[in-house]
Write a protein that binds this ligand. Structure first.
Ligand code: PBG
Length: 338
């Protein structure tokens, strides 16, 4: 009979030993709450594909922001749902546009306690639902199949620069560039600096993959999209390309880079973390949220356990902070654990 020389179980022998040996820590300030604000509704409205998440009015958004600040979360990422959309997404850079008005309101309410962040992308504001403006030729505007629509990269950069300025003027602390256009970080940084907004941070959604996990979000923002985003968001099979996108964004001046979605892309997250020297965030997207909620609602999974384990896994893979719809609730649990 021989006995093991190595006994890793020693490190697990009691709650006190396990607590001391625990490698990966998650605290409320590392969580960012994404929130939706919709123009022209009288009351906050449930999103059926995302149980527990709402489209806010400005007033209910203010209250949610206060609640998030009290829970100790690190920030709030705002998405606007405008009442009217058009081909160029005019509502995006209109100072009276829903996202800009909401940003002002939230900054006035909690601007010292939270990093107030805004989604910088045109898809919520365009009537075709794409993240940019379309190539302005007849084919693109008349009768092209939705999946053949072409997004004009460089014309979109001008729209992003205008949108970024409008958000900075509204008081946004951090702009989340989620549109996946080439050169978007440099274009927005240049526009901000030229107007003196040198302290406005840029988060680049560097490795953003085209896939099925954004489905519930599209209901949350009443997306008008037909077709897909595969000419600008990335191919789920491409890991090296994700690292390259992150390196380019850092070179263009991104303060933070992000990988999105989170759980199916933990390998990309780890590689990006190893390749750059700026903070790396991950977005636990709507589909990741709704899967757990659906399974939990059926009694098939331990809801709290699954949520905390997924957040911890995303941290362990290298995320410095995580955008998650569970931010406030998870922050409460994390405080209980201290
Ligand atoms: C683009 C954007 C999207 C999400 C965040 N920013 C939608 C998309 O790319 O289709 C999805 C987030 C989620 O699914 O939770 N403005």
């Amino acid at each position: 009979m021989s006995f093991p020389v190595h006994r890793p179980r020693r490190l697990r022998r009691s709650p006190a030993v396990r607590r001391l040996m625990h490698e990966t820590h998650l605290v409320p300030s590392q969580l960012v709450l994404p929130a939706f604000v919709r123009e022209g509704i009288a009351e906050a409205t449930a999103i059926s594909s995302m149980p527990g998440v709402q489209q806010h009015t400005i007033d209910s958004l203010r209250r949610a922001a206060v609640e998030a600040a009290e829970a100790g979360v690190g920030g709030l990422m705002l998405f606007g749902v405008p009442a009217v959309r058009d081909a160029t997404g005019s509502g995006a850079d209109d100072p009276r546009g829903i996202l800009n008005v909401a940003t002002e309101a939230v900054v006035a309410e909690v601007g010292d306690a939270l990093v107030v962040q805004t989604d910088l992308c045109l898809d919520e504001f365009t009537d075709h639902g794409h993240c940019g403006v379309l190539v302005a030729d007849e084919e693109a505007t008349a009768g092209r199949r939705p999946d053949q629509v072409r997004v004009d990269n460089d014309a979109t950069l001008e729209r992003y620069a205008a949108m970024g300025l409008a958000q900075a003027r509204a008081g946004s602390h951090l702009l989340g560039l989620s549109g996946m256009m080439d050169g978007q970080v440099a274009a927005v940084r240049e526009a901000l600096d030229a107007e003196g907004f040198i302290d406005t941070l840029i988060l680049a959604y560097s490795a953003k993959y085209a896939g099925a996990f954004y489905g519930p979000f599209r209901e949350a923002v009443d997306s008008q999209l037909t077709g897909d985003r595969r000419t600008y968001q990335m191919d789920p099979g491409n890991g090296r390309e994700g690292v390259k996108e992150a390196l380019l964004d850092v070179e263009e001046g991104a303060d933070v880079v992000m990988v999105k979605p989170a759980l199916p892309y933990l390998d990309v997250l780890a590689e990006v973390r190893a390749s750059v020297d700026v903070p790396v965030w991950a977005y636990q997207v709507s589909g990741e949220y709704s899967m757990v909620e659906a399974a939990a609602a059926n009694g098939w999974i331990d809801r709290r356990g699954a949520i905390l384990e997924s957040l911890l896994g995303i941290r362990r893979a290298g995320a410095d902070a995580i955008l998650t719809y569970w931010a406030v609730e998870a922050a409460g649990w994390l405080r209980e654990q201290l």
